[in-house]
Design a protein around this ligand. Structure first.
Ligand code: HXC
Length: 254
């Protein structure tokens, strides 16, 4: 099997073989990474700058607080001068049966995943994409396709985001904004994989029910996101792209 390189930790890869043209993102790519934890962000930004030789600006935001997004977008435009791509990947998830899920727990996940995606998209659109175009890539999940157990909160949130992808693609297409979504399956070396018991599932042979017989890796997700974020997909908008090795088609709902 010819898989792209990956690392299982939160470190950058030491070598990488391009599968797209290295100048796919015309001017290279400076990045902003944003989350609630500035300490973790600063460490990640240092690693990314060392690995890429490009700028990486760590900015604190809580996607539930629109004013923190506004401040971060203002700072980005001041420091980097433009925004071409927005990746909405803030999410909160845990396994919990509906009967045990508190009202606040359900609301919290909807607020992070769904409102967070709307808040961030709206601020970036208002402040930059409206006049310059751009590409939005949302990170979703396939949980709601078959109504997976213990996931009513995340599955409902991601289903709303998939609808949002289409609504915003239709409304913002005329401004040159493409809005697409990637729905990954189980991806090794991620928080989601760890929380949902991926390593244990792997060693128990649970992945034999997946058509491609394995978990995906982070580099494979990066390649899919890069497709949706770049001019490789210049006529694609409002699309939900599943990259899960065929998992949701066959995996048991338990
Ligand atoms: C049941 C839980 C819970 C759990 C929290 N809650 N964890 N209920 N089981 N394991 C409840 C709390 O009791 C509280 O309700 C409410 O949720 C809010 O919790 P807080 O801790 O106050 O909220 P907050 O600090 O904002 O944290 C949000 C969070 C947290 C989602 C609960 O886990 C988080 O911040 N996660 C971010 C990182 C993350 O989840 N990464 C994984 C994403 S993986 P009460 O009623 O007590 O007030 C992913 C991929 C999925 O999304 C792929 C699937 C294949």
């Amino acid at each position: 099997r010819d898989l792209p390189e990956d690392v299982d930790t939160d470190d950058c890869m030491t070598s990488y073989t391009h599968i797209y043209s290295p100048d796919l993102l015309k001017h290279g790519c400076d990045t902003v990474i944003a989350s609630r934890n500035l300490e973790k962000l600063t460490e990640a930004a240092k690693k990314l700058m060392a690995a890429t030789g490009r700028r990486c600006l760590p900015l604190p935001i809580d996607v539930r607080q629109p004013q923190t997004i506004s401040a971060a977008v203002d700072e980005t435009l001041k420091e980097l001068g433009r925004i071409d791509i927005l990746i909405n990947n803030a999410a909160g998830n845990f396994l919990c049966p509906a009967i045990s899920l508190s009202f606040n727990a359900f609301k919290t996940v909807l607020e992070i995943d769904t409102m967070g995606t709307f808040n961030t998209s709206k601020v970036v659109y208002e402040k930059w994409f409206k006049d310059h175009g751009g590409a939005i890539v949302n990170i979703s999940a396939t949980l709601g396709y078959r109504g997976q157990a213990l996931q009513v909160h995340a599955g409902s949130a991601k289903a709303a985001n998939d609808a949002m992808t289409k609504h915003l693609a239709v409304e913002w297409g005329p401004s040159g904004v493409r809005v697409n979504t990637l729905a990954p399956g189980p991806i090794s070396g991620t928080e989601g994989f760890h929380r949902l018991g991926g390593n244990r599932a792997d060693s128990m042979g649970a992945f034999s029910s997946i058509p491609l017989q394995r978990a995906g890796n982070k580099t494979e997700m990066a390649h899919s996101v890069l497709f949706l974020a770049s001019r490789a997909s210049s006529y694609v908008t409002g699309h939900i792209m599943v990259a899960d090795g065929g998992s949701w088609l066959t995996s048991a709902n338990d």
